[in-house]
Design a protein around this ligand. Structure first.
Ligand code: GLU
Length: 506
C-alpha cells in the first residue's frame, strides 16, 4: 500500500474562487482521513497569466479556512524553496523547478511520443484565421501535423539546425490516431475517449524554457508520488492526454487515481458560478476580499463577517452529501465522514441563503465570551467603551437574532447608548400623553412591570410599547425585561423622562 499523497495545485492567476477552496478542502479531508499527506504546489509556468499577490492570497485563504498543508508551505505561510526532510520535493513552485522538465520533454521525443514543432506563433495564427475564413477550426493533430513544420516532416539536419538556431520552437505531444483511451474516474466512473478527437498539445516551450501545465503537472505528480488527483471538472477533457503521458513515460503502474469534482453553479439558472455573479447578486464568491490591478474590489467571506468554520461547512456540502440528514459538521467530523463516492456527478447549485444559515447556526453555537470578544472591536468603532461581562450578557440576549457579529450593533445599539431619535410612526402610535403617563408610573413603581400594569387594568400592549419606545427608540424589538436587565432601572427611568421631550402630543 502506498502512502496517500494528494495535492492542491493552484495557478496564481488571481484570487482563489470558492470552488478552488472546495477543491483544496476535499483534498485536505481525504489526506487527513487516510492519514496521508496534503501537499500544496504552485503551478506558475504560464507567466502571461501570473498575477502578483495571488499566491499569498491563496495561502492566506486556506489558512483562514484551517486547511493546512503538510508539505510545500512552511510555518510562516511561505512556499518552500529549499528541500528538507519535511519538504523533500522543494521547490514547490514550478517556475523554480524549470530545470527539470526539459529532459522529460526530450525523453518523449526520443521515444516517439512527441516531436519538435517549428511553426511560429504568427504562422499558427494565420493558419487559424485561414481555417476560420472557411468556417473550419484549425487544430494541430495527426492530420495537420503531416503538413506543418516539425521534426516529423523536416529532414533531420534541418531539424537540428532549427533547434540550434531558433528559439520559438516547442515540443508537442504526438497524439495517437484512432486509439480509445479508457479511463476510470472515482466520481464520474468509466470514461472512454477516441484520441482522433484530440489535438497535439504543447508540452514545453523553448522561448521561455518552460513546460506547459500538462507536462509540469504530470512530471510533478509523479515525482511527488501523488496517489490521488482530486480537481475540478474543467480538467476532465485533459484526462486522456494525462493518461497517455503516464503511459509514454512508462509510469502507468504508479499513475494516481483521478477524481473530477462537479462544478459550482449559479444560484439561479444553470451556468457556472462566476466572480461576476457575486457582485450582481450581492454575495461573496471569494474567501477573502480582493482588489485587482484595475482597482476593482471583490467581496470576501472573511470580511463580510462569515466564520471560517461556517464557510468550510457550507463548502463541504456543495457537491458532497453524507447520506444522512446531518448538516452541521466540524472539520474533524468532515475528516471522519468525507468520501469521494458520495460526491455528486452533477453540478452543485450555490445557495447564498444557505451560506447565511450556516453562519447563523455557528454564531448561535458560540459562547457569549467568544462572541463578545469579536463584538468589542465593533463597539469600539462605534465609540462605545463597555465592560466585558456586560458585553457577554448583551450578546447572550441578542445572538438568536443575528446572522453576523456585525448585526449585534444594528439589533440593539440602545443596550449601550440611549436613543437620541425615535421612530416617527411609533412615536405617533404609542407616545400619546395617556400612554406616557401610565408608562412612566409603571416604570417607576417598585413592582414587576407587567404585574403592575395588569393590576391597574391598563392596556398592556400600549403601555409596554410606549416603554419600549422610550428605552430603545422604537416600538418593536427586544423584550422590555431584557432591556431593563441590561441597562438597569435607573437608566430606564431616565430614558422615559427624556422621551417626554420628544412626545408630539406632550
Ligand atoms: N494548476 C491547475 C489549476 O489551476 C491544477 C489542475 C490540477 O489539479 O491538475 O487548476
Amino acid at each position: 500500500m502506498r502512502r496517500t499523497r494528494v495535492r492542491f495545485a493552484p495557478s496564481p492567476t488571481g484570487p482563489l474562487h470558492m470552488g478552488g477552496v472546495r477543491t483544496a478542502l476535499y483534498n485536505f479531508l481525504y489526506a487527513r482521513q487516510k492519514g496521508g499527506d496534503f501537499i500544496i504546489r504552485i503551478e506558475d509556468t504560464d507567466s502571461a497569466r501570473f498575477v502578483p499577490g495571488a499566491e499569498k492570497y491563496i495561502i492566506e485563504a486556506l489558512n483562514w479556512c484551517g486547511i493546512k498543508a503538510d508539505e510545500g508551505v512552511d510555518e510562516n505561510g511561505n512556499i518552500v524553496e529549499i528541500p528538507s526532510e519535511k519538504h523533500p520535493h522543494a521547490p514547490y513552485r514550478q517556475s523554480q523547478r524549470r530545470g527539470i522538465y526539459r529532459k522529460y520533454a526530450e525523453e518523449l521525443v526520443e521515444k516517439g511520443w512527441a516531436y519538435y514543432a517549428f511553426d511560429s506563433a504568427e504562422e499558427l495564427a494565420s493558419m487559424r484565421s485561414e481555417a476560420e475564413g472557411k468556417g473550419e477550426t484549425f487544430i494541430y493533430n495527426y492530420q495537420s501535423r503531416e503538413k506543418l513544420k516539425n521534426s516529423l516532416t523536416l529532414p533531420k539536419e534541418e531539424v537540428e539546425r532549427l533547434l540550434e538556431s531558433t528559439t520559438d520552437w516547442t515540443v508537442r505531444f504526438k497524439m495517437p490516431q484512432d486509439r480509445v483511451v479508457a479511463m476510470d474516474d472515482l466520481i464520474r466512473g468509466h470514461v472512454e475517449v477516441n484520441t482522433s478527437t484530440l489535438d497535439d498539445k504543447v508540452l514545453w516551450k523553448r522561448a521561455d524554457e518552460l513546460p506547459t501545465y500538462h507536462l509540469a503537472n504530470i512530471v510533478d505528480d509523479h515525482l511527488m508520488e501523488i496517489t490521488e488527483v482530486i480537481r475540478g471538472e474543467e480538467w476532465l477533457p485533459s484526462l486522456p492526454l494525462h493518461y497517455l503521458l503516464y503511459e509514454a513515460f512508462g509510469w502507468s503502474e504508479t499513475m494516481p487515481r483521478f477524481a473530477h469534482l462537479p462544478l459550482l453553479l449559479k444560484p439561479v439558472g444553470n451556468g457556472k458560478l462566476s466572480k461576476r455573479d457575486g457582485d450582481k447578486m450581492g454575495f461573496p464568491v471569494f474567501p477573502l476580499h480582493w482588489v485587482n490591478s484595475a482597482g476593482e474590489t471583490y467581496h470576501g467571506y472573511r470580511e463580510d463577517g462569515y466564520f471560517p468554520e461556517a464557510f468550510v461547512n457550507m463548502l463541504a456540502m456543495l457537491g458532497w452529501n453524507p447520506g444522512t440528514e446531518q448538516e452541521i459538521f466540524s472539520m474533524q467530523e468532515l475528516i471522519e465522514q468525507f468520501s469521494l463516492d458520495k460526491v455528486s456527478k452533477s453540478g452543485a447549485k450555490f445557495n447564498p441563503d444557505k451560506a447565511k444559515w450556516y453562519n447563523k447556526e455557528y454564531l448561535r453555537a458560540k459562547s457569549n465570551e467568544e462572541l463578545a470578544r469579536e463584538y468589542l472591536p465593533v463597539l469600539k468603532e462605534q465609540g462605545v467603551e463597555a465592560d466585558f461581562d456586560y458585553v457577554c450578557k448583551v450578546v447572550g440576549i441578542i445572538k438568536e437574532r443575528a446572522t453576523f457579529v456585525s448585526d449585534f450593533w444594528t439589533i440593539a445599539p440602545y443596550l449601550f447608548v440611549a436613543p437620541s431619535e425615535y421612530v416617527e410612526k411609533d412615536l405617533k402610535k404609542f407616545g400619546t400623553a395617556e400612554n406616557y403617563a401610565m408608562a412612566l408610573e409603571a416604570i417607576k413603581a417598585d413592582a414587576e412591570l407587567e404585574e403592575y400594569i395588569r393590576a391597574k387594568e391598563w392596556p398592556m400592549g400600549k403601555v409596554m410599547n410606549c416603554i419600549r419606545l422610550g428605552l430603545s427608540g422604537s416600538g418593536s424589538g427586544l423584550a422590555i425585561a431584557d432591556i431593563i436587565s441590561c441597562i438597569g432601572k435607573e437608566e430606564a427611568i431616565k430614558r422615559m423622562e427624556k422621551l417626554a421631550d420628544h412626545l408630539l402630543c406632550a
